[in-house]
Design a protein around this ligand. Structure first.
Ligand code: C5P
Ligand code: C5P
Ligand code: ZN
Length: 478
């Protein structure tokens, strides 16, 4: 591929090295992470390997650690492609490589451990921010583009169509949380638009515009809380009845996508007016508008049309041991797997809302520089991080300090999830370093990103973990 043609030129040399290695393999074991970004990473890589006629098999892991890497080595594949994880465990991976167990190829965006390997594609190695500018799916997309350039002369198979999935992964990792994707992600968006796979629109920045009836759309919107609207069913209905837009059709509530452009503008400006009159500060009102990423090939009004709804649907599968379902949906199954995914989504939504309610009712404990809660077995360890992030800003949970959450993983292990905010990172917060260091100090391990990190620690070490993390975060924030 000519450099001018590369989606992320800084990463092209690494992508070429990775692609060359994959093309030389007899068969590849593709290992990926169980969240929306991990699933889309796997789908992009699987499609690219298939198009390059390289035989492969896919496995998913909740977390890559010494045990899961040993199990992967036991599969006896000469080449293992790690997507959306691998960098953080590079020390262990590199040991297996030295022992001749497998040759690793890594497409990831997590903070790398101290070690190196030849085929390692990670934005952080080239000065690109892995938390906000490129996801695991984005790294996989860069690799997929390089693979196409090497293995086919057919221009129609240049893999640009896979940009749509890369955007779903980035949005799933909250990389659009400032209102739009930026940095290397923007180049991927541009390729997706050029390929006809993606559309970008400026619209109301509320989750559920494709599928939620208008009252539910507004009632559940919790990012920007508007008194008399957020969590207020009756308030929302009277608000909608007072707006000059017919919000019902044939007795049924319409959805945002059912409205004309003019109706959308009328409703959006009524909402802004309401927020202003209820004293919502201007910087929050600005957050009501943002960029939406739409998948051109998907039908309007479905869970797959908008990248943010698509990513939630994927989390609803993989975080409940059904990564196979989410992967099948990404690969085009619109029948059994899609139906199953929608049922899993109902369950996931209920768990999220019950989880947030639980945090609000039980409250968090405030330390000097962070706040925390221990969900025990009340919240599944695979979604406790999502709930921790969503609960920031809820009743009694501050957005001014990071949040740490614990959940029971097994009788002997506790899962840790930590979440921060952009402004905290701007002041020096690095949760990957804080959580990783505190976890290792108590006999566990962890890592992630500056704004979001996780760990596993031995049961019973939670208070010592908090004490250490609190002090490290204190040093970071000065
Ligand atoms: O393992 P992975 O990198 O895919 O997960 C990233 C995690 O970081 C996601 O759970 C995402 O929600 C979280 N995140 C966040 N806020 C951001 C960026 C990422 O909570 N601004
Ligand atoms: O699990 P959770 O959603 O809290 O993870 C937040 C971030 O930390 C993710 O990017 C995840 O991959 C990373 N993480 C990690 N090591 C762990 C647990 C999570 O690097 N043991
Ligand atoms: Zn990721």
């Amino acid at each position: 591929m000519a450099a001018a043609d590369a989606p992320v030129p800084e990463l092209q040399a690494r992508a070429d090295a990775c692609a060359a290695r994959l093309c030389a393999a007899d068969r590849v074991l593709l290992a990926s992470h169980i969240d929306a970004d991990g699933l889309t990473s796997a789908a992009i890589s699987a499609t690219a390997l298939e198009r390059a006629a390289i035989p492969f098999e896919v496995v998913f892991e909740k977390q890559l650690d010494a045990d899961s890497i040993a199990a992967i080595a036991g599969r006896e594949y000469g080449t293992v492609l790690f997507t959306d994880f691998g960098s953080g465990q590079l020390d262990i991976v590199a040991e297996h490589e030295r022992d001749g167990d497998f040759v690793p190829v890594i497409a990831d965006h997590h903070q790398p451990a101290e070690a190196d390997t030849e085929c390692h594609l990670n934005p952080l190695l080239e000065g690109i921010d892995g938390a906000s500018e490129l996801s695991g799916a984005g790294a996989s997309y860069v690799l997929a583009r390089a693979l196409a350039a090497r293995s086919t002369a057919d221009e129609r198979l240049d893999n640009r169509d896979l940009a749509a999935l890369a955007v779903v992964g980035a949005v799933g990792d909250m990389q659009a949380s400032e209102g739009a994707l930026h940095g290397a992600n923007e180049a991927i968006v541009a390729e997706g638009i050029e390929a006809g796979a993606l559309e970008e629109t400026t619209d109301l920045a509320i989750y559920g515009k494709q599928t939620r009836p208008l009252p539910k759309l507004l009632e559940y919107a919790s990012d920007v809380r508007i008194p008399g609207i957020t969590n207020d069913e009756r308030g929302v209905v009277s608000f909608l009845d007072g707006v000059d837009v017919s919000c019902r059709s044939g007795g049924e509530w319409r959805r945002w996508v059912d409205l004309s452009e003019g109706e959308k503008r009328t409703l959006a400006s009524a909402l802004v007016k309401r927020a202003v009159s209820r004293g919502v500060p201007a910087f929050k009102i600005d957050r009501l508008v943002g960029t939406s990423y739409l998948l051109s090939e998907e039908p309007v009004g479905t869970e797959l049309r908008d990248a943010s709804e698509f990513s939630t649907l994927l989390n609803a599968t993989a975080r409940y041991d059904r990564a196979d379902v989410g992967l099948a949906v990404c690969l085009g199954d619109r029948e059994a797997a899609f139906e199953r995914a929608k049922r899993l989504l109902t369950n996931h939504r209920r768990n999220l809302s019950e989880g947030i309610q639980w945090v609000e009712e039980r409250g968090v404990t405030r330390e000097d520089t962070l706040q925390w809660f221990d969900a025990g077995d009340e919240i599944r360890e695979t979604i406790v991080g999502i709930i921790a992030g969503m609960s920031m800003g809820a009743d009694g949970v501050s957005r001014d300090v990071p949040i740490v959450a614990f959940a029971e993983k097994s009788d002997t292990e506790t899962k840790v999830s930590a979440r921060g905010t952009g402004p905290l990172v701007g002041r020096g917060l690095d949760l990957s370093a804080a959580v990783g260091e505190a976890a290792r100090a108590v006999g566990g391990d962890g890592g992630g990103h500056d704004v979001a990190a996780g760990a596993t620690i031995p049961t019973g070490t939670e208070s010592e973990f908090i004490e250490r993390a609190d002090s490290i975060v204190g040093d970071q924030l000065g």
